[in-house]
Design a protein around this ligand. Structure first.
Ligand code: DX5
Ligand code: ZN
Length: 217
């Protein structure tokens, strides 16, 4: 299990400090980019991500919940260990978006809403590094985990087979269900409320790793 805490639940006025709290124990920082069009909420975009990029060596997992991801992905300053994830339902061609993100020199992730059939991403499994399974409807932090996600993770695990594709899971994950997510096949756990939404995010992050059966990332 690896942890990617979502900064959506962090104190956004102190991002650099919030990142420092957990940088020795997490695999990625997860950045939720929302455009008020693909999802009914707005967050932050390339200027904030790029400013924060200079404050930590921990890779970023940039979750684009935006329309036309291929148009905006090049504005993110990324390196070989960062991931940019887009949604298969966004209105660009997934093939083109995968190419555009790959040309930035980072890893490529694809995500899908809970209601989207897994079959939609099967054609791209040979071309991406990561699949982000949503266990809530994208758009807001703090929602309840959808238990149906567990069967989807298991099914995806079978579809991925021996390919070098990381299965990430995002939404409503905390100490009470992280074990189920891992047992189903989740490898990278995205968690906002249960980490940065807690009074002591470092303690909460370490607690979540421990609940998942892992003491360090
Ligand atoms: C939801 C975002 C998630 C969110 C998770 O649209 O993609 O990354 O921050 O937050 P929690 O852990 O609170 O569900
Ligand atoms: Zn996310």
């Amino acid at each position: 299990m690896k942890l990617a805490p979502s900064l959506l639940a962090a104190d956004l006025a102190k991002l650099a400090e919030q990142v420092r709290l957990l940088e020795d124990v997490v695999a990625y920082f997860h950045l939720d980019v929302m455009d008020g069009h693909f999802v009914p909420n707005l967050t932050y975009g390339p200027p904030v991500a790029n400013a924060l990029r200079r404050h930590t060596r921990v890779p970023f997992d940039i979750h684009l919940m935006i329309s036309r991801p291929a148009r905006y992905a090049p504005a993110f300053e990324v390196g070989p260990d960062d991931v940019i994830t887009f949604h298969v339902e966004a209105d660009d061609s997934p093939e083109q978006t995968i190419r555009t993100i790959g040309e930035l020199g980072c890893r490529v992730g694809i995500s899908l809403r809970p209601a989207t059939p897994l079959e939609k991403i099967v054609p791209y499994l040979n071309k991406v590094d990561l699949v982000l399974v949503m266990s809530v409807d994208p758009g807001f932090g703090g929602q309840g985990f959808m238990p149906e996600a567990l069967a989807r993770i298991r099914a995806l695990r079978r579809l991925v087979g021996g390919r070098p594709v990381t299965i990430a899971v995002d939404g409503g994950i905390g100490p009470s269900n992280v074990r189920d997510v891992i047992e189903a096949g989740g490898e990278l756990i995205v968690a906002g409320t249960s980490v940065y939404g807690q009074p002591d995010p470092r303690r909460a992050g370490l607690g979540l790793l421990e609940a998942g059966g892992c003491t360090r990332a």
